[in-house]
Design a protein around this ligand. Structure first.
Ligand SMILES: Nc1ncnc2c1ncn2[C@@H]1O[C@H](COP(=O)(O)OP(=O)(O)OP(=O)(O)O)[C@@H](O)[C@H]1O
Ligand SMILES: [Mg+2]
Length: 240
């Protein structure tokens, strides 16, 4: 697409780390942005692995990475979402956002200024819990943001949620699902990205070499996460 620049931003992290909240705030403050949801690439329920009698929605085998990679390739070539890429993600309520749209506008003004060149750039925000475990997919993203939060906060936020829209209907966590399936799945898929496998510690040199970024503090308010994300995006925008 001549004449316009496209930057693809991956927003990843464990369930309830704030990906969809941050993604929607970024979409609000970046006028030419659109969102691609990894959750739209779930396989049908009959192909979801079963672990100890429970459906495991949190493992890499549950996602069709071939289709997801090709959707990102389509965005790279065409600067828009594939026609008819139907999103059921918008059916998932996010609750009252911890940052209002007015506050988000103010933060954006502080970080990138008004009438910035950022407003002329197209951004695709990819929202997904498994974006940095498949190097072929990771390498297609320009900015790679890995959100984190303390285990207890993630567990409390997840348990406060009603459930998730699926291809077949609606999913509600059975008791103990976060500690038995969700958190172990996140750790298994991501521990190689952290020094000594410490999920609250530093990224390894190999992860940093892939340009994966994580905020220095693990328990940031959404307003600080938005600030950090916009700073990291600005660095990409200003790259020579
Ligand atoms: N940094 C934060 N501070 C306070 N509340 C937060 C923060 N991040 C997320 N939340 C709250 O946690 C809940 C879940 O957030 P969100 O839906 O954005 O997470 P997610 O990473 O998209 O999760 P999932 O992978 O399950 O879709 C929301 O109610 C949101 O307001
Ligand atoms: Mg989400």
């Amino acid at each position: 697409m001549a004449g316009s620049r496209l930057i693809i931003i991956g927003v990843s992290g464990p369930s309830s780390s704030g990906k969809s909240t941050l993604g929607r705030l970024l979409h609000h403050v970046l006028p030419k942005s659109f969102i691609l949801y990894e959750d739209d690439f779930y396989k049908p329920e009959e192909q979801i692995p079963i672990v100890n009698g429970e459906l495991d929605w949190d493992c890499p085998e549950a996602i069709d990475f071939v289709m997801l990679r090709s959707a990102v390739d389509y965005v790279r070539t065409n600067h828009c979402l594939q026609d008819g890429l139907y999103s059921k993600e918008d059916k998932n309520a996010l609750g009252k956002p911890p940052v209002t749209l007015e506050e988000a506008d103010e933060i954006k003004k502080q970080i990138v200024g008004q009438n910035s060149e950022v407003d002329e750039i197209k951004f695709c925000i990819v929202d997904g819990f498994l974006l940095f475990i498949d190097e072929e997919l990771t390498s297609k993203l320009d900015v790679k943001l890995l959100l984190r939060a303390p285990y207890e906060s993630l567990k409390a936020r997840r348990e406060a949620r009603n459930g998730y829209a699926t291809l077949e209907g609606f999913w509600q966590d059975p008791p103990g699902y976060f500690e038995k399936i969700v958190w172990p799945g996140y750790v298994k898929a991501h521990k190689h990205l952290f020094v000594n496998g410490d999920m609250n510690g530093d990224l390894t040199e190999a992860a940093k070499a892939q340009d994966i970024r994580t905020a220095s503090a693990i328990d940031l308010h959404m307003s600080d996460l938005l600030r950090w994300a916009l700073k990291t995006i600005s660095q990409e925008v200003n790259k020579p």
